[in-house]
Design a protein. Structure first.
Length: 185
């Protein structure tokens, strides 16, 4: 992970706004996330082990909110080479950084990177595994259950959805409703 040191929140903001994964954030993203998310790289190792149980040859693995490609790099050597990876992210800059990181690491697996908004319809085709690593918190709360249901409806039979998100208080947490849907997978 080559990245500059994160200084995004060093200066005071006059007005609050939605967090954007723009060029400034993308430039320091790996540094930012490894410092702000405990066990970030361990999370990817665990996601890889779970994904290995669901990923089937000649089906796709999707990473919704693929960011700089860390999940793809963790999964690349663990899964059958016939499994193409599909990354969806709402940031063009993030997708470009992902592509660069994968090329830098001699990534040769079939790959499709798509700019897409998870608050809207997401098309998933022939997928045995869908990963959402720290993604749901950036989906508007009113759209989270709809997204998870859509993933469930589009997964191949026996497929797996592998969500990981930072915990917040139960009062504001979508997790109990999402968990019920995931159990049916």
């Amino acid at each position: 992970m080559n990245t500059e040191e994160d200084q995004i929140f060093k200066d005071q903001f006059e007005k609050s706004s939605d967090f954007k994964f723009d060029a400034n954030v993308v430039r320091v993203f790996d540094n930012m996330v490894t410092r702000s998310v405990p066990f970030y790289l361990e999370i990817h190792r665990m996601i890889s082990e779970i994904a290995r149980d669901y990923a089937k040859p000649d089906t796709a693995l999707y990473d919704l909110g693929c960011s700089t490609g860390t999940t793809f790099l963790a999964l690349n050597t663990m899964l059958d080479q016939s499994i193409p990876f599909v990354g969806i992210d709402n940031s063009k800059e993030m997708l470009e950084k992902c592509r660069i990181n994968l090329e830098r690491n001699s990534f040769t697996r079939p790959l499709t990177l798509v700019e897409g908004d998870l608050d809207k319809e997401v098309k998933i085709e022939n997928a045995s595994t869908v990963v959402l690593c720290l993604t749901l918190q950036f989906v508007r709360p009113k759209n989270r259950q709809k997204l998870i249901q859509s993933i469930y409806n589009q997964l191949n039979p026996g497929g797996g959805d592998n969500p990981y998100r930072k915990g917040i208080s139960r009062k504001y947490c979508v997790q109990p409703r999402v968990h019920k849907i995931l159990l049916r997978l």
